[in-house]
Each structure stands twice: as C-alpha cells, then as structure tokens.
Design a protein around this ligand. Structure first.
Ligand code: GLY
Length: 408
C-alpha cells in the first residue's frame, strides 16, 4: 500500500524541474516508514562473497579496484589515484560488519601499499586515500604504525592550506582556468586533520580544518541550499572569483554527489567542532537533497538534479550511499523527530534490492551497480564505483550500530 502511494505520488509530481529553472524550496517531509528494514546480513554475506571472489582473481594488493570500463573491463589503479584508499576501507568495514577473522589481514594488505602517499603534496585527497584506509584500520587495530601514517599525512595535507584564502587548495591542474579551486568534495578530507589533532594533541590541524569549513560555508550554497561544485579564489587576496561546476551538468545546476558530500562533510565538521552553524549547513544540504529525491520513487538520485534527460538520466548510487551515511549521523545531532534516519533507511533499502545490489559473481565483484563518476567527461557512467561500496558499507555499519553510535 505504502509502495503504491509512493509511486502514485511520484507520478503526480512528474520529473524533476528542467535545467536552470528556479527550484522552489520544498518541505523535506518524506512519506517513508521508520520501520523500513535494511537487510544488513544479506548485504554483508554478498559483500563477503564478492570480495572473496575478487581477491581470488586479483590478489595483487598494489592495484586498487576503482570501476568498470565502458567495455566491461575492471579498472584498477595504483596508490596515487584519489580512489585508492576505498577498497582497503571496504575490507575494514567488512571486517567490522562480519566479525570474520580473515578480513583484517586482507584489509591490512591493501592498506599498507598506500604508505608512500603520506608524503605526496600534489593532492588534497589524502583524507580519501589514507583516512579511509589507515584511519579505518587504526579504528580496528590501534596499530601505532597506522597512527604515524595518519599524522604524517595530515602534516602533508596541511601544507596545501593558504591562510589568505582560509582554505586548502583542491586541484593543481587547470591552473589557467582555476587560480585556487576549492571543491565541495574537499570537506571530507578535513576528517583526517581532525583525527590528527585528536591523535597528537596538536590543535593546529583541527584549526585548519575548521577555518576551511568556515570559508567553504560562506560561498558553497545558493539561496535554495543547493551547492556549487567548485569555488575559485584569488590566492593573493582571498576573494571569491567564480563559483562553477566541473562534474555537474551546469554551473547553476546541482551535482548530486556534491550535495551528498556537503551533507556528509558538514555533519562531520559539526561532530568535530560542535559549532551550530555547521549543523545548520548540514541540515540545509540534507533538506535540499531529500526534497529532490522525494520526487524519485526509489530515492536514488540522478547524477545531477537538473540533468536535462530526467527520468532517463543515469543514476548515481554513490551519491545515495554517501548521503545515507551522512544522514544517519546527522539524525543523531538534529533536533528530535527529524526525518533523516527514515530517509537514510529508505535509501539503504533501495540500494539493498536487486536493482542496485549486484548478484554474486557479477559487476566485477563490486557491490553496487548504477553509479556515475564524471558525466560531462563521458567517464564512468552507470557503472560500479568503489566509493559507492565504501559509503554503503559504512552506512550499514552505522545503521547496525545506531543505538550506540558515536564517531569520535
Ligand atoms: N572527489 C571526486 C568525485 O566525487 O568524483
């Protein structure tokens, strides 16, 4: 009955607004049941089967699975790629979710081949690469060598901070177009800096992270609380020059994964700072995301909320998974009776169904189908992405441990 209601409501609402049309702020109430159950055990068993099969076929831990080529071939990367830390993280989450003794050993193998990245100053993605691997490994093992890697990585990342801008520089490439780009994704790399301050007692890292988040917050949102992808600053004066997109449909459209990064990132910054302005930011980002996905029967976003070909546009399960993980945490901090927990469980229930969850032995041994990496570059469209699996497993872990969930 409820399902029928959801489908009828969605049909009446019709497709999302076309590109560049004004987006009216909508109430974020979702007609979803709080009782919606997520089949954690089924997904964990599938993850064990998929990753065991992957490791039998591809045991080399210097190669990290990322995605699938257009012709169906598996894409693996070296440690230098921004996605290299996710597979190790997936194995750490699988270790925690399954309790099976073989997974920490497999996770450690894929973690420890990332060691050299701790000194690399040419990327802002050291959080994605090393916090999601060594950080998750440290949470499980308390291995002091992992702690040392995290501290070195934070010291390296901090070198990319420009006090005039008040932010860490994202990309070095396209310097002719962007003089000092700061992308929404970068919020997630701040978690490494907060962790380093906690581990070392040196508050300088947390100070940089908080300053970056405050700068980001000044310019990230449009009046309707959709997000820009790229903020471009003048590094000499700190002035914002342009707010544009790189992976979204248009400069004034809303790239779904960017909005998910904002939910997750601002929630994490609130966890670490307890500054209410970051909680408000996370709620605004979430409310926009949920108003948009309320129009979609299964709640899994199109790659951009303003994609011109909705409802035929490709989905992005990675945006759904990152949002679900962030929403579960946000539901703990937002005022009682918020709808973030219900929204997260609705997303997770969809991702756990056969439309998105791969059958054993398929999908190049990734868990989730139907993610989109970079549509404007015609790259990774409607494919598995390793980071979709990462945030999915993390969300399942948060869901399973919800009653006692504390994240620092
Ligand atoms: N951080 C890159 C992406 O979200 O595609």
């Amino acid at each position: 009955m409820m399902k029928q209601f959801l489908y009828i409501t969605a049909a009446l609402l019709g497709p999302a607004l076309g590109p560049l049309q004004a987006q009216k702020k909508q109430p974020a109430k979702l007609p979803v049941s709080k009782q919606l159950a997520v089949p954690v055990a089924t997904v964990v068993a599938r993850a064990e089967a998929q990753y065991a099969a992957y490791l039998r076929r591809y045991p080399d831990s210097t190669q990290h699975p990322r995605s699938t080529e257009n012709d169906g071939r598996l894409v693996r990367t070296t440690s230098r790629n921004w996605t290299s830390g996710f597979f190790a993280g997936n194995l750490w989450y699988l270790a925690r979710l399954s309790g099976q003794p073989q997974w920490p050993r497999r996770a450690a193998a894929f973690t420890e081949t990332l060691d050299a990245e701790k000194n690399v100053t040419t990327t802002h993605d050291l959080g994605f690469i090393l916090n999601n691997s060594y950080g998750q490994g440290y949470a499980v093992t308390k291995n002091p060598k992992y702690r040392a890697v995290l501290l070195q990585a934070a010291a390296t990342l901090a070198k990319r901070f420009n006090p005039k801008v008040g932010a860490i520089r994202s990309w070095d490439h396209h310097a002719e177009v962007w003089s000092y780009p700061v992308i929404v994704d970068n919020l997630l790399n701040l978690e490494l800096l907060f962790a380093a301050s906690r581990l070392s007692g040196d508050t300088a890292y947390a100070h940089i992270a908080k300053t970056h988040a405050a700068t980001d917050l000044k310019y990230r949102f449009r009046p309707d609380f959709s997000t820009y992808h790229v903020l471009n600053f003048d590094p000499a004066t700190g002035k914002l020059l342009t707010a544009v997109t790189h992976q979204g449909f248009a400069d004034n459209s809303c790239w779904a994964r960017g909005q998910a990064w904002a939910i997750y990132g601002y929630t994490m910054v609130y966890r670490e700072t307890k500054d209410p302005k970051f909680l408000a930011a996370a709620q605004h980002a979430a409310d926009y995301f949920l108003a948009q996905t309320a129009k979609i029967p299964d709640r899994i976003p199109y790659w951009d909320f303003n994609a011109p070909d909705i409802p035929k546009a490709p989905r992005d399960a990675s945006a759904a998974a990152a949002a679900a993980s962030g929403l579960l945490e946000l539901s703990k901090y937002a005022p009682p009776k918020n709808n973030y927990y219900a929204a997260a469980t609705a997303i997770l229930a969809s991702l756990s169904a056969p439309q998105y969850l791969a059958a054993a032995g398929t999908n190049n041994f990734f868990l989730l189908k139907h993610s989109t990496g970079n549509k404007p570059a015609n790259s990774e469209i409607d494919v598995p992405l390793v980071y979709a699996d990462y945030y999915f497993l993390e969300a399942l872990w948060r869901y399973q441990n919800y009653a006692q969930l504390t994240l620092n």
